[in-house]
Design a protein around this ligand. Structure first.
Ligand code: SAM
Ligand code: SF4
Length: 337
């Protein structure tokens, strides 16, 4: 891409944020129907022919790596419903420059796939579980599956994923009573629980600010039960989660306060959707088609230029807390969380 000795072009936006982290959605399909993400029924999924093939995804990642991307995360929809996902992990792990591959999953298929994924080279995995109470799980997901997720978490431990990281979306009026049990789980097992504020990305546009259970409220509940929480250094400087440890040294939790404490200023992430659109933000209203370029005769340089342009055009922040905010047309499952 550049002659030896030249500086590599960087994925940098007009606010100076350097992007080295690519989130890749491998499908918009899912085996459950979380209300904050998908419609309950009659979902219109992307036709299979529109999904990027593994070879196309690997080419996107090779090009991104030539522009400084070294971290990728597979997501969806539910990434484990995409057949042969471990083969994709293996392909990506062989791309020079890619140092870190992560996966976000609802865990339902992990009892079958945790081991093959580990063997393919995956080491970082976040499992989404919003409730330890099966009834609340069902209210959120509108499907069965709680027992499968618990089995999947266990399979992930056995396969070697340590610590287990759980993502729990927190919703006012629904998950308050899950906070303390999750705190207890974090303290009693090698599990990092990360509470996520509910964001306006649901398919039914039902999000309202008063349904967001804010990070400071979650912290207050945990502190009332377990004593002080002390902020800790993040795993890496651009991590969206603020991590805390309990003052007695037992257990860690994290807060992803996307609404109450936006972290746009240090964002280093951009995305490619399952149907091959580049997006510079979850909340973006614009996207750049690269599937047409991948399937046409475009060169890697031309696709790289589209990536550079997409990142360069990124806005300063998400504007959820302003009157200007307009929810994007694509809900979470279609963007890739
Ligand atoms: N299906 C996988 C899963 O659930 O982990 C991966 C895709 S999912 C869209 C990625 C993450 O986004 C999950 O942790 C999910 O809970 C979170 N998420 C989805 N919709 C959200 C919303 N409206 N607000 C906050 N988090 C959301
Ligand atoms: Fe499926 Fe994940 Fe969306 Fe839930 S959050 S509906 S598991 S894609």
């Amino acid at each position: 891409m550049s002659a030896a000795g030249d500086l590599l072009p960087q994925l940098i936006d007009s606010f100076g944020r350097v992007h080295n982290n690519l989130r890749i959605s491998v499908t918009d399909r899912c085996n459950i129907r979380c209300f904050y993400c998908m419609p309950a029924d009659n979902v219109e999924f992307m036709p299979k022919a529109e999904l990027l093939t593994f070879e196309e995804i690997a080419r996107v990642v090779r090009i991104a790596a030539s522009l400084g991307v070294d971290r990728v995360r597979l997501t969806g929809g539910e990434p484990l419903v995409r057949r042969e996902l471990p083969s994709l992990v293996r392909m990506l792990s062989e791309i020079p420059g890619i140092q870190d591959i992560g996966l976000t999953t609802n865990g339902i298929f992990l009892s079958e796939l945790a081991q093959p994924l580990y063997e393919a080279g995956l080491r970082r995995m976040n499992i989404s579980l919003d409730a330890l109470d099966p009834e609340i799980f069902r209210k959120v997901t509108r499907r069965d599956g709680y027992d499968k997720v618990i089995e999947g978490i266990q399979a992930a431990r056995v396969a070697g994923f340590e610590p287990i990281k759980l993502n729990a979306v927190s919703v006012r009026g629904l998950t308050e009573d899950q906070i303390v049990p999750f705190g207890r789980l974090a303290r009693e097992s090698n599990t990092v629980v990360r509470f996520i504020e509910f964001m306006p990305l649901d398919a039914d546009s039902q999000w309202q600010r008063d349904k967001v259970l804010f990070a400071h409220e979650i912290i207050a509940r945990l502190e009332a039960e377990f004593g002080a929480l002390l902020p800790t250094e993040p795993d890496h400087p651009n991590a969206p989660a603020q991590d805390y440890r309990f003052a007695d040294g037992i257990g860690r939790i994290g807060l992803i306060a996307s609404v109450s404490r936006p972290f746009c200023g240090s964002c280093n992430r951009f995305r490619v959707t399952a149907d091959g659109k580049l997006r510079n933000c979850l909340f973006s209203h614009e996207e750049t088609d690269i599937r047409g370029l991948l399937r046409g005769s475009s060169s890697d340089q031309e696709i790289a230029q589209q990536m550079l342009n997409c990142v360069a055009a990124k806005k300063e922040g998400h504007e959820i807390n302003t009157a200007k905010f307009v929810q994007p047309d694509r809900p979470m499952y279609s963007i890739g969380g």
